[in-house]
Design a protein around this ligand. Structure first.
Ligand SMILES: Cc1cc2nc3c(=O)[nH]c(=O)nc-3n(C[C@H](O)[C@H](O)[C@H](O)COP(=O)(O)OP(=O)(O)OC[C@H]3O[C@@H](n4cnc5c(N)ncnc54)[C@H](O)[C@@H]3O)c2cc1C
Length: 637
């Protein structure tokens, strides 16, 4: 399939304006005649539903939580980037664009990234107008801090709860529309299939999580803003409910899945403490503004941190990357942490940890200032580990955090199924092979507030969308598919819990398609995953019934999809014979152990097409061209 990105030609700084002008408009009086389905009410979906409602469209918005306020976006801690240059420290739209393309290891589309940097400034204005309480400086201006991969301070924040505050803003905008009647909110509804009629996305099948009732919702366009798939690893920093079902089932209806192996392992998470654990906790990257990362110089040094003199410590990020120090991008920091632990210099009981030490910052700024900046994070750390981070250096280790891969979309955020748009973490997005910190909130809100309101209008204005009968074959078939999967899960009378399968699957993916990958391991994973999936369908035990609130059933369907997605991730990782960003193939590294790209052969987006059960997926390539930021070996030294 030829993948047409629809990025406008001409000077990049004018592309979006030119494109907006060329997009067809829907007359204000006609907007109310269109029904738009938005699945997801996190930052991307909430922003989209509110904006489309405000424009006058009829919006049906869905989420599986009891309230949009519980979307996983609420967990975002550190901040949101924007090229405002409030600090006069040299930031600009171009620099944010440059940092993002480079940070993504030259595997993102330049046109999209430039637009993202452009609209970043509007997001902050929009959120401030909504009353989002960003931190302010003494003079009253909004404060900024730094995140990895940037040498300027461009991250706006609300303590360590930026996502929560932004989501409250989007939620209020959404509720306003609910009150006005333009948006109807459907909570506790799980989208289980996409209805595609004559090649166009025309509806969804949902299962009510209260009573198991299957329903069909038809519309003129469908937007998926259903978040990332990091939970394929079982242990991740994502909320337990995060899943891939909506995008995976859309993939099985024809939407191409792009770069599935591009996943992000975040360097600063609380280390795993035992087999029983079901969740990992992030310690925001913002802590690297003031925290210094170190391990003992000597392998096996078990002395408590305060008894290790400074000269016997290795501040390995500062040593290896003097320009960026502790603020190197996540992929680089994570690999460096893994390397020192592999050398036997890791700390804590398991040896899988390094120190994130605030001592110097507390001496410099005082405990009060540090508490103001990171208080809630430090309290969370203490509650989980029982150690006081104001007194004892925190222990951190990398963990799965974000997925750069997702459904392929063009410049209009439309997937390969016409009428199916994908926003936020669910699309393959603008982050290439590695996302820079504080850029996910920016992208989700850019997609929802500032891009989809324009691009969806063009689709609606240029397509004849006939009414689809409720009993059309495509509708019946989608309902039947969702019902069959649910029944099959409940009818299995096996012996193992869903969680036990998920944990085993996650370990395979982590071991062979995690922070480091190689051909042998990926091939092994590709034999282990199908075997485990077969066992899952034979031996899984899902308790309870369909007609009740049944979280075991919900989980089972999601894990079934993770099995298939995990396989695609490994196929993708195996085919990409290079290292780039978070995709680190051990066979391809520089003498210093950095990711070694192969631009000649792999400068493309890998977009996979589903071919049916048991058949190999087909690879489609969208070539990437770089007219502005020339691909080089990334250096943060
Ligand atoms: C701990 C943590 C901290 C983070 N901190 C930051 C940060 O400081 N800065 C930053 O930029 N990024 C951060 N991120 C990343 C960022 O939070 C996410 O990428 C972003 O919030 C995703 O937003 P979203 O709207 O795409 O998806 P989500 O917020 O995950 O929302 C998904 C929505 O889709 C719905 N949904 C999903 N599947 C279905 C289905 N099948 N049927 C019905 N509804 C469905 C859900 O109910 C939900 O409403 C962090 C991530 C984590 C895990």
């Amino acid at each position: 399939m030829e993948l047409i990105s629809n990025v406008p030609t001409g000077p990049i700084e004018h592309s979006w304006d030119k494109h907006k002008f060329n997009l067809k408009l829907v007359n204000p009086a006609n907007k109310r005649k269109y029904n738009i389905i938005v699945v997801g009410s996190g930052l991307a979906g909430g922003a989209a539903a509110a904006s489309l409602g405000e424009l006058g469209y009829n919006v049906q918005c869905f989420c599986y939580q009891d309230s949009p306020r519980r979307a996983h976006s609420i967990a975002a801690q550190g901040g949101i980037n924007a090229a405002k240059n409030y600090h006069n420290d040299g930031d600009s739209i171009y620099r944010l664009f440059y940092d993002t393309v480079k940070g993504g290891d030259f595997r993102a589309r330049e046109g999209n990234v430039y637009r993202l940097a452009q609209v970043s400034a509007n997001i902050i204005d929009q959120c401030v107008a909504q009353g989002v309480p960003f931190a302010r400086e003494y003079g009253g201006l909004l404060d900024n801090r730094s995140f990895g991969g940037a040498q300027v301070s461009r991250t706006f924040y609300a303590r360590g709860q930026t996502g929560q505050q932004l989501l409250l803003g989007a939620y209020q905008a959404l509720e306003r529309q609910v009150n006005l009647g333009t948006v109807k909110m459907h909570s506790r509804m799980d989208m289980l299939d996409l209805v595609v009629v004559d090649g166009q996305a025309r509806g969804i099948v949902t299962r009510s999580l209260y009573d198991g009732k299957m329903e069909v919702h038809m519309g003129d366009a469908v937007i998926l803003a259903t978040g990332g798939y990091g939970n394929v690893f079982y242990l991740s920093t994502n909320a337990k409910g995060c899943n891939a079902t909506a995008i995976w089932r859309a993939h099985k209806r024809g939407a191409l899945f792009a770069n599935p192996c591009f996943t992000q392992i975040h360097p600063t998470c609380i280390p795993v403490s035992g087999e029983y654990q079901s969740k990992l906790t992030l310690m925001s990257e913002s802590l690297r503004n003031d925290g210094r990362i170190w391990v003992p110089k000597k392998p096996g040094d078990k002395r408590p941190p305060n008894q290790i003199p400074v000269e016997e410590r290795d501040y390995f990020l500062e040593r290896r990357y003097p320009s960026f120090g502790n603020l190197v991008p996540r992929d680089i920091a994570s690999r460096a942490v893994k390397a020192v632990c592999d050398e036997g210099r890791g700390v804590g009981e398991t040896g899988l940890g390094v120190y994130l030490d605030l001592t110097d910052a507390i001496k410099r700024l005082g405990k009060q200032k540090i508490a103001e900046r990171y208080g809630n994070l430090l309290e969370m750390y203490e509650r989980i580990t029982g150690e006081n981070p104001y007194e004892v250096p925190m222990r951190i280790y990398p963990a799965t955090h974000y997925t750069m891969g997702g459904l392929w979309v063009d410049y209009n955020l439309m997937s390969t199924i016409p009428g199916l748009f994908v926003l936020g973490e669910a699309n393959f997005s603008d982050h290439g092979a590695n996302r820079l910190g504080a850029s996910a909130l920016m992208q989700g809100l850019a997609d929802g507030y500032f891009i989809i309101p324009y691009t969806i209008g063009d689709y609606l204005a240029t397509n004849q969308l006939a009414k689809v009968a409720a009993d059309a074959p495509a509708v019946k078939q989608a309902v039947e598919n969702a019902t069959t999967i649910t029944k099959k899960l409940l009818n299995g009378n096996g012996k193992r819990t869903v969680d036990s399968f998920h944990r085993e699957l996650g370990k395979i993916v982590w071991d062979y398609c995690g922070m480091a990958r190689n051909e042998v391991g990926l091939k092994k994973a590709l034999s282990l995953i199908p075997a485990l999936r077969e066992e899952f369908w034979k031996n899984v035990r899902v308790l309870g019934a369909n007609e009740e609130f049944n979280q075991s059933l919900e989980k089972a369907g999601r894990v079934a999809d993770f099995f298939e997605l995990a396989e695609l991730m490994c196929i993708d990782a195996l085919h990409r014979n290079e290292s780039c960003g978070g995709h680190f193939r051990e066979e391809y590294q520089t003498p210093e152990g950095e990711a070694l790209r192969d631009d000649e052969h792999y400068s493309y987006v890998a977009a996979w097409g589903y071919q049916g059960e048991g058949r190999a997926p087909v690879l489609n390539k969208e070539p990437l061209t770089f007219n502005y930021v020339k691909p080089t070996q990334r250096s943060y030294k």
